[in-house]
Design a protein around this ligand. Structure first.
Ligand SMILES: Nc1ncnc2c1ncn2[C@@H]1O[C@H](COP(=O)(O)OP(=O)(O)O)[C@@H](O)[C@H]1O
Ligand SMILES: Cc1ncsc1CCOP(=O)(O)O
Ligand SMILES: [Mg+2]
Length: 264
């Protein structure tokens, strides 16, 4: 586990270019800023080339897709691949909405993603495994999440982050797990979107080792959330969201080292 990448991230302050959803866009921008990255959102295809030129990584989020936005993703994805810029893909709700699964599969057919980050329902759908996903959430499915994540990584030749109570990170061969977290993440819409964009930020500073970058991103977010939740005597999702942003800015490598609970 390369927790020192957090220090590198804060020194380099990489620009993360997000094609975001309209539900959680501000949480994602503030979360990225707080952890030490430099967020920029764009919905205009005409500036795609110039956005790619200034970005250290790209995050494509399917959350509130439109035909125009999917076309933008195709163009941004192609440009990022040409420039060998890391791309993180968040396939929001592909496990629950077949139209989205088709859109995701079309994108994956033409763009080489560096990392796909989704919950179990989303990664299972991409892997072609049955799972009872519910809307944007993982739902009540059950199965071997490590086997599902590995199958998905092998299918799309990229790193998979299958998030949940335990985050599973795999490149199809190596597997790491991050056990940290808090159930409060599930009460705050946008936790997964933020994780995807933080994964993108870490791939920007470790582009030759996305498996390492993704693991560190998972530990930074889940460990920080756990530190925040420890202060609470009752579940307060609104306060959690605000405190999470504060703590992402303040958290130290040594605090995270102390709380870290992972297998790699
Ligand atoms: N039950 C849980 N316990 C601890 N952490 C969780 C739990 N569920 C999700 N998380 C954390 O929440 C973050 C978002 O993951 P997830 O909820 O799977 O994404 P999404 O919001 O896309 O469904 C991750 O950092 C994950 O570790
Ligand atoms: C509610 C909602 N609807 C479309 S996108 C979205 C947010 C999804 O956020 P997350 O998957 O990070 O919880
Ligand atoms: Mg999600």
């Amino acid at each position: 586990m390369k927790l020192d990448l957090l220090t590198t991230l804060r020194q380099q302050n990489p620009v993360v270019f997000n094609i975001a959803n309209f539900v959680t866009v501000q949480d994602v921008a503030n979360g990225l800023n707080a952890v030490g990255a430099s967020p920029i959102m764009s919905a205009e295809v005409a500036e795609a080339d110039q956005m790619i030129a200034i970005a250290g990584a790209v995050c494509l989020n399917l959350g509130t897709l439109t035909t125009t936005q999917v076309n933008q993703m195709q163009i941004v994805g192609r440009l990022a691949n040409e420039r060998q810029l890391p791309i993180v893909f968040d396939p929001v709700a592909v496990g629950a909405v077949p139209y989205r699964l088709q859109v995701a599969q079309d994108l994956l057919a033409t763009i080489q993603m560096t990392v796909i980050r989704g919950n179990a329902g989303e990664i299972a759908a991409l892997a072609g495994v049955d799972w009872q996903a519910k809307g944007i959430d993982a739902g009540n499915g059950s199965g071997d999440v490590v086997a599902i994540a590995k199958a998905c990584a092998q299918k799309y030749h990229c790193v998979i982050v299958l998030s949940g109570p335990t985050d599973v990170i795999t490149d199809g061969t190596q597997v790491a797990k991050v056990h940290n977290g808090t159930e409060l993440f599930q009460l705050h819409v946008g936790s997964g979107d933020l994780l995807s964009s933080i994964v993108a930020a870490f791939t920007a500073v470790q582009s030759d080792a996305p498996f390492d970058a993704a693991q560190t991103a998972c530990l930074v977010l889940a460990g920080t959330g756990e530190l925040v939740a420890k202060q609470f005597t009752a579940p307060r999702p609104g306060t959690f969201a605000a405190d999470l942003i504060d703590k992402l800015h303040l958290v130290t490598v040594s605090e995270l080292t102390e709380v870290a609970d992972y297998e790699d």
